[in-house]
Ligand binder design. Structure first.
Ligand SMILES: O=C(O)CCC(=O)C(=O)O
Length: 268
């Protein structure tokens, strides 16, 4: 699977400019033979959270764009995330479409990031973010979600062999980004393809470092601060090979973990 990672700058509070830019990137990636294209987090508005009433996608615009493009060019699109307005509030939503143009996942970011005021402006999602592309299970999470190993584990336990991450991760903690992603790949013995934005907004400078990490932990793509598209070829058979070499999933002791959890509860 040839994957294209779009490490772009995002114009703060300027959806029109961002939609144009995304179409240009999708076109470039598709013309370079990408089978799956991955976008960063909140690419329609950036973190203009106080302006979501007027700026968030309330019209299905993103889904229609991604579905139309995917079908025309026969590519899968992990649509990063966009700010959306739904019946009960605003969300940070990842849409995934397959190469036939079908919407296969709509995942609302599960863990809201307080340092960037998400808990004030956004609702939290409660679906797992699993989806299938050509009968293979994948996972998708958004930014802060990677700090919750149990959340990524839940996707891996449900069959995801590759987990996509879309982010607006600040430069100030980019060492956390790198280490957490590598740890999530090694502990779950799966691929992680993680796309972060570059550039800055009024509050943060963002760290890029879009990466693809193999199940043994090697970094196969590292875009550092480079703007544009990074490509990586992935063979999912590697997952099985690594899980055979060290059978972590067979060696898990679910019942023991449950018992230990209860002991902790008793102490509290
Ligand atoms: O966890 C972090 O340090 C960054 C998270 C973040 O920027 C986000 O979830 O938008």
């Amino acid at each position: 699977m040839k994957i294209a990672c779009v490490q772009m700058d995002i114009a703060f509070g300027e959806p029109e400019q961002n939609y144009r830019q995304v179409v240009d990137y999708l076109t470039e990636a598709a013309s370079n033979g990408a089978e799956t294209i991955v976008l960063p987090e909140m690419w329609n508005t950036g973190y203009a959270l106080t302006e979501l009433e007027t700026l968030a996608d309330s019209t299905n615009r993103t889904v229609e764009l991604l579905k139309g493009f995917a079908k025309e060019h026969a590519v899968n699109i992990v649509g990063g995330s966009v700010s959306t307005k739904k019946a009960d509030g605003f969300y940070n939503t990842m849409f995934v479409v397959d190469k036939t143009g079908e919407l296969v996942s709509e995942y609302d970011k599960a863990h809201r990031f307080g340092l960037m005021d998400e808990h004030i402006h956004l609702e939290e999602g409660d679906s797992l973010g699993l989806f299938e592309l050509e009968n293979i299970a994948f996972g998708g999470v958004i930014c802060y979600d990677i700090r919750f190993p149990e959340w990524i584990r839940a996707q891996a336990l449900n069959g995801a062999k590759l987990i996509f991450v879309s982010a607006e991760w600040p430069e100030a903690r980019i060492d956390h980004w790198r280490i957490l992603l590598q740890a999530r790949a090694i502990e779950n013995q799966c691929f992680i393809v993680a796309v972060n934005r570059i550039g800055s907004d009024p509050n943060n400078e963002f760290g890029g470092s879009t990466m693809a990490i193999a199940p043994w932990g090697e970094v196969r793509l590292d875009m550092k601060k480079e703007e544009g598209i990074g490509y990586v070829e992935i063979d999912l058979a590697e997952v099985g090979e690594v899980r055979k070499r060290i059978p972590v999933f067979d060696d898990r002791r679910e019942k023991l973990y449950e018992k230990f959890k209860k002991q902790i509860d008793t102490l509290q």
